[in-house]
Design a binder for this molecule. Structure first.
Ligand code: CP
Length: 313
């Protein structure tokens, strides 16, 4: 099978599960949906998405549910583990086996790294990873890449600055893993030393000859960056609250720092933001994070329709 037909019945656990060509086809489909919101409407009629969220979410859960509803399908699931039988001690494997009896696709967020792969191994229907601990968040990566492509017209040859919590930020880990497959990408990792990118990711970058630097200073890099990817310090992954309080406001993007940036630079953030982007930046035309959230719904529509095999190209 070729094209989007090849995604029928597939799971998405890590960004590399789909080839660059397959991702590009998804981006084209998402662009068609964006241009004509009636496109593919009703294509998933009769299909059911199970959204199993063991951790809080606004964008990922709502955009998946909105995507399935816009495609004419239906959604079941839970938004917090307390309302599922996992609170009575049911194993993840049994929860997944059960959800697969009722749904055509499962999307799951879970605080345990590796849980999405375990779910895939127990499921008779495709599983989409909506975030497994500090590990991966591949549909955020699809969202991020589509946003870059739509707003800058390309992904190749960009300089991207990742700023904030690079240790626990799963969206950063997934996006870095996806970007290494594009041409001439330069990465600048800006974080306090306690929150640097994990060694195993840096080692992979070195092995693949990717151009990257690490820095503790945002201002010094502002003028080099095409895409500034701001991130929240991940309070829920800290063992010690004092460390979180000490580090949480290390970087705050404000209008003064924006004045040092390129005219065509874009600011992305997977959201939620806490304090790391001042609200005064929201009115800057380079602030693209809410547009990014909307692209997330279009690309998830493209993904669900492709996994269900209702797109023929
Ligand atoms: N970007 C993202 O994962 O946001 P939510 O936590 O609100 O789903």
């Amino acid at each position: 099978m070729t094209g989007l037909n090849a995604l029928k019945g597939r799971s998405l656990i890590e960004p590399e599960d789909f080839s660059v060509d397959e991702m590009e086809l998804l981006f084209s489909l998402a662009e068609n949906i964006e241009k004509d919101e009636k496109y593919l409407r009703e294509s998933c009629r009769g299909k059911i998405l199970a959204a199993l969220f063991f951790e809080p979410s606004t964008r990922t859960r709502l955009s998946f549910e909105a995507a399935m509803l816009r495609l004419g399908g239906n959604c079941i699931g839970f938004a917090e583990p307390g309302s599922s039988s996992s609170s009575k001690g049911e194993s993840l494997a049994d929860t997944i086996r059960t959800a697969a009896c009722y749904a055509d696709t499962i999307v799951m967020r879970n605080p345990k790294e590796g849980s999405a792969l375990l779910a895939k191994n127990y499921s008779l229907v495709p599983v989409i990873n909506a975030g497994d601990g500090g590990h991966h968040h591949p549909t955020q990566t699809l969202t991020d890449l589509l946003t870059i492509k739509r707003l800058l017209g390309k992904i190749d040859t960009i300089t991207i600055g990742f700023c904030g919590d690079l240790k626990f930020g799963r969206t950063v880990h997934s996006l870095v893993k996806a970007l290494v497959r594009y041409n001439q990408i330069k990465m600048i990792f800006i974080s306090p030393k306690e929150l640097v990118l994990p060694e195993y990711i840096k080692n992979n970058l070195i092995k693949q000859n990717i151009d990257f630097i690490e820095s503790e200073n945002l201002e010094n890099s502002m003028n080099d960056i095409d895409v500034l990817y701001m991130t929240r310090v991940q309070k829920e992954r800290f063992f010690n609250e004092d460390d979180y309080i000490r580090l949480k406001d290390t970087y705050v993007l404000n209008t003064e720092k924006m004045s040092m940036a390129k005219e065509k630079m874009i600011v992305l953030h997977p959201l939620p933001r806490v304090n790391e982007i001042s609200i005064e930046v929201d009115s800057d035309p380079r602030a693209a994070y809410f547009q990014q959230a909307k692209y997330g719904m279009y690309v998830r529509m493209a993904l669900l329709a492709s996994i269900q095999g209702v797109v023929t190209c």
